[in-house]
Design a protein around this ligand. Structure first.
Ligand code: HEC
Ligand code: HEC
Length: 194
């Protein structure tokens, strides 16, 4: 954890290794800001792919659970609005706040999956695939990258993930570190990592 924050601080401060002086025949070195931006995306990627986030951004039509992101019990599914089907509406079990005790459903007033028209899949996405997806309004339900950044910085569900219920570890960066890394990437023109 300390190591990660340190790397992040260094890269956000722009302390990347100096590029070697280009010889007459060498290919142009990638712009150092571009490299730092890609590294910032890779730092934020570790949060996107963490179970606290990924479990609501599955490849299939059911939420996932636990540190191994297994299929949600009780055959809960997305439903037409992301809020579940029939009696298995998310809000039947997920309250507006976390409940005390281990293995309780995490809570938030708008606990639900993205709708089927823009499911915003994180599960199984490589860094390049995820970066390309977050930049493509056709895949974000019409959101621009600026709006995606705003969601990362301010959305209540995103923030709630950093205070999980008892027994569930939070993502590997603090929310501030995560949001700063994502902003660094966006402001540098959001280069898709190689
Ligand atoms: C309870 C389920 C849930 C969890 C947990 C969750 N999300 Fe989401 N996420 C959603 C929903 C639903 C949307 C679709 C937009 C909306 O309805 O707010 C979404 C949309 C997004 C978007 C697209 C931007 C947008 O405005 O639509 C990003 C980026 C995102 N989430 C990141 C995260 C990150 C990072 C975490 C973990 C820190 C996370 N999500 C955890 C449900 C969740
Ligand atoms: C029948 C009750 C019930 C319903 C309905 C339900 N959940 Fe859950 N959910 C739970 C419980 C209990 C847990 C916690 C399990 C644990 O920690 O062992 C949980 C955990 C989760 C997790 C994992 C959270 C994490 O941080 O890893 C996600 C994601 C989730 N639910 C999403 C949903 C969504 C989305 C819906 C509606 C489509 C829904 N659930 C409907 C009971 C339910």
């Amino acid at each position: 954890m300390r190591e990660i924050s340190l790397t992040l601080v260094l890269l956000l401060a722009g302390c990347t290794e100096p590029a070697p002086a280009p010889g007459p025949d060498s290919a142009p070195a990638p712009a150092p800001e571009g490299k730092a931006a890609q590294e910032a995306f890779l730092a934020s990627y570790r949060v996107f792919m963490h179970p606290r986030c990924l479990n609501c951004h599955p490849a299939g039509d059911a939420p996932l659970q636990g540190e191994d992101s297994h299929l949600h019990a009780q055959h809960v599914t997305r439903g037409p609005d992301g809020k579940g089907l029939f009696a298995l509406r998310c809000s039947s079990c997920h309250q507006d706040r976390n409940l005390p005790g281990p293995n309780t459903p995490p809570g938030h007033p708008s606990w639900h999956l993205p709708g089927p028209e823009a499911p915003l899949v994180f599960e199984g996405r490589s860094p390049a695939q995820l970066a390309a997806q977050l930049k493509d309004p056709k895949q974000t339900g019409g959101k621009t990258l600026e709006q995606v950044l705003e969601h990362v910085e301010k959305d209540g569900l995103v923030l709630a993930c950093f205070s999980p219920p008892e027994g569930r570890p939070p993502p590997p960066l603090s929310h501030a570190e995560f949001a700063r890394a994502f902003r660094t990437w966006v402001e540098a023109g959001a280069p898709v990592p190689e």
